[in-house]
Design a protein around this ligand. Sequence first.
Ligand SMILES: [Mg+2]
Length: 248
Amino acid sequence: MKKFLLVTDLDNTLVGDDLALAKLNQCLIQHREQYNTQIVYATGRSLTLYHELATEKSLLAPDALITSVGTEIYLEGSKTPDQAWSDKLSSNWNLEQIIAITNHFADLVPQPESEQGAFKASYFLTPESAKSTLPQLKQQLQAQGLEAKLIYSSSQDLDILPTQADKGMAMTFLRQNWQIEPTCTVACGDSGNDLALFQSGLECGIIVGNAQPELLQWHYMNPNSNRYLAIAHCAGGILEGLEHFDFL
Ligand SMILES: [Mg+2]
């Protein structure tokens, strides 16, 4: 047993099975007390929607919160995004010009105002439309010299982010600031916007048993012995993976 950094997605990863979550929380509380283990939630939700979830489910207070698909980091309960991370994301990012282009696509339906951010434009997009819209949008952004990353998740959410932003890059930023080795870091997820948590392949990865097809497909096409596909769903899958990696 040793200290580790747990970075986990919330919806359908940490949250989704209340009994398993209670069991995992018990283990994490003990681990935190004994080994000073650190917990980070990495979610596609905004801070507003995170607080909504936190009132419904029993979530342990995290050491840091990565929200809005990695575009905002909040340290230890702070209500303002970490300035150093925001500064990193602001270079080569022009939200107004990006929105001007997305306005030409009728099948991109803007998500609610609470889900839009200084470094994130979010839309609903059906899988049928995604096939043609995503390449066209990418091409138009490129033609205008705009640097942006498109992340399509759960067959419905399109997030347009700075190229320097995603959950994985935010995790690396925190891990390096806290001087934690990748081998002592565990990332957990279930859908397309969690793929970035597994992309470097250096950290231990847990994909929960109920993962979305887009993530499973990538997992099978990019095998890595540092990544574990759990059988159990949600928090049960995280528990199973932590035991697999000998963290618990
Ligand atoms: Mg999820």
